[in-house]
Design a protein around this ligand. Structure first.
Ligand code: ASP
Length: 330
């Protein structure tokens, strides 16, 4: 399959962001932010910036993927990510096939490779895959020749979530370089933490992982994060606090004594937030366990950018679908 090394031309009806650096986007797949350079990440963010305007028009569509087919393959539950990819594909004028493991031949024993190859045989151009196994997206990319976009693979990465978090931070703070970002909570089980760490560090931010030692092991220092087990000791240092969901579905038992204690030590309450910087930005990838990671006054308060994250996710996913498909010769 031809892989373009030219910078993609913007789709009809769109102009490139003024001042954006021309960067080649040669990848038909998006599997992990760890694989990308800073320039490539910025190029996705700038492309998303151009797509953001599409959602504010009365006709919320561009013809960039008209006649193409995007398949959502979700082997794990999802609300935001799945809906966001669905809308992103529709706003690019693609046809969409929505596939879940429940109610499909997977429940009859079909393996991932066969499922993928059958879906590709139906003429799908882009596969968006979520899977509980780390590495499943990379494996999918080896099984098919169409584009593959990772929508979260086990504990490994969730690159579009990392990109939309970084997009939201850039929008609020005007830059990424030099920022101090805390990622708080269940780092051990979080693909969001890994994608954020790789993306933010490449763009020049400092990242601190904060949480109990059972969920924030020292070994993560080797990835380039600072590690801290006492949120109150460091809360005043950060420009951004990204609160992670407690991943009950991936968690070994007894990683902390009780949810009450977890929330008392690592939850973000209004009272704790008063000790943070007055302009701190609060993020959460969702779904929120209210009262555990965040209290309602923080989740719905003026420092929270949680709904902006969701809005921005749509533009970021439009950009990713567009760029990957274009690189695949689309
Ligand atoms: N929605 C994100 C994910 O799928 C975050 C979370 O579920 O905690 O990883």
């Amino acid at each position: 399959m031809a892989i373009s090394t030219e910078r993609g031309t913007p789709p009809a009806g769109m102009t490139p962001v003024p001042g954006a650096t021309p960067v080649a986007w040669p990848y038909r797949n998006l599997l992990a932010l760890e694989d990308l350079t800073a320039e490539e990440i910025v190029h996705i963010l700038d492309t998303a910036e151009a797509f953001r305007d599409v959602s504010t028009r009365s006709v919320k569509k561009v013809p960039a993927l008209r006649g193409r087919v995007v398949a959502n393959l979700f082997f794990e539950d999802s609300t935001r990510t799945r809906t966001s990819f669905t809308l992103a594909a529709q706003r690019l004028s693609a046809d969409l096939v929505d596939f879940s493991s429940k109610g499909s031949s997977v429940s009859k024993g079909e393996n991932l490779r066969d499922t993928l190859r059958n879906i590709e045989a139906m003429g799908v151009d882009v596969v968006v895959i979520r899977h509980p196994a780390s590495g499943a997206a990379a494996m999918a990319a080896q099984c098919v020749r169409c584009s593959v976009v990772n929508a979260g693979d086990g504990r490994h990465e969730h690159p579009t979530q990392g990109l939309l978090d970084i997009f939201t931070i850039r929008q609020a703070k005007g830059r990424i370089e030099g920022l101090n970002v805390a990622i708080v909570g269940d780092v051990a089980n979080s693909r969001v933490a890994r994608s954020n760490l790789h993306g933010l560090r490449k763009l020049g931010a400092s990242v601190t992982f904060v949480g109990p030692a059972t969920l924030v092991p020292r070994a993560f220092e080797s990835l380039g994060a600072r590690i801290c087990h006492d949120l109150d000791a460091v809360i005043g240092e950060f420009d951004v606090i990204n609160m992670l969901r407690v991943q009950r579905e991936r968690m070994a038992s007894n990683v902390f004594p009780s949810f009450e204690e977890y929330s008392r030590l690592f939850g973000l309450s209004g009272e704790r937030l008063r000790r943070a910087r007055p302009d701190v930005l609060v993020l959460h990838p969702g779904p929120i366990n209210r009262g555990i990671e965040l209290t309602a006054d923080v989740a719905d308060g003026p420092r929270s950018a949680i709904l902006q994250q969701v809005t921005n996710g749509l533009a970021v996913r439009m950009a990713v679908l567009f760029l990957c498909h274009q690189a695949a010769g689309g």
